[in-house]
Design a protein around this ligand. Sequence first.
Ligand SMILES: [Zn+2]
Length: 320
Amino acid sequence: MGWLMSKYSVGVDLGGTNITIALVDLKGKIKNKVKISTQADKDARYIIQTIIENIKLLIRDINCNQIIGIGIGAAGQIDHAKGMIQFSPNLHWRNIPIVKEIKKECKLPVFIDNDANVACYGEYLFGAGKGAQSVICVTLGTGVGGGIIIDGKIYRGAGGGAGEIGHITVESKGRKCNCGNHGCMEAYVGAPHIRERCIERLKTGEKSIITRLVEGSLSKITPKVLEEAAFYKDALALELWQETGMYLGIGLASLVNIFNPEKIIIGGGVANAGKLISDPMMKTIKERALAVSLHDVKIVRAKLGEEAGVIGAAMLVLSE
Ligand SMILES: [Zn+2]
């Protein structure tokens, strides 16, 4: 491994709003990075060209033979083997051969995977998963993303669809999810769904300081507002967190039973609620997971934050 230490890899985190491109050393340290606006209204060719130009700028001062490759993390349906973005709802792309395009101009090995997988890979290598071999990551944001690492490898499934943790059914006749199904974990734990659940309760006439915290405009309710309300011991907010943590726990208990992971790493904005969500989550996991697997698993907070994606993407080259 000695020769690897003076090497770098390029990570690209291709999001619907921003693109982050970073030069990362093989210990997971970012040496240099640039964040640009995605300009999602432009076509794929333009955006890919912008990425290529920025990669070239970023590696300008580095000796070519020090760069081992380029890795891309992008939201949506990714065909890892073909190097294609099959469908990106944020960018409105279909069947874009992004790996081929970048390879053509950069003359380096290029790999792509979905954003949740690369973020999980970053946490596994250099973040909260360091030292473990079987790791599951759950990102609690607008949606509920997931990544699965088994024996040190990203588990993608037969067609790249693995890791959709947010769509575990936690309630058989439950709330409608964006995927079209009912009762998915995401339909309870995703930030917009937490807000909807809150609004529904307020509309039944429940008294709560939440209404005052958002000055009457209920669309402004966020998990952060509910954290604040819970701080003031607001009954509705406390109950909503209790329920959210419980549904998360139901989903995670299944993962514990199926994968017997060493670690489950929880990240994303909704996780900032801390104990409000983690206490009922842990309680539910303890009630529902089988003792043998429960004994092995540590449930921890993500460490790398926003940078997990770009670091993990850069390290895709190592995983190949
Ligand atoms: Zn769903």
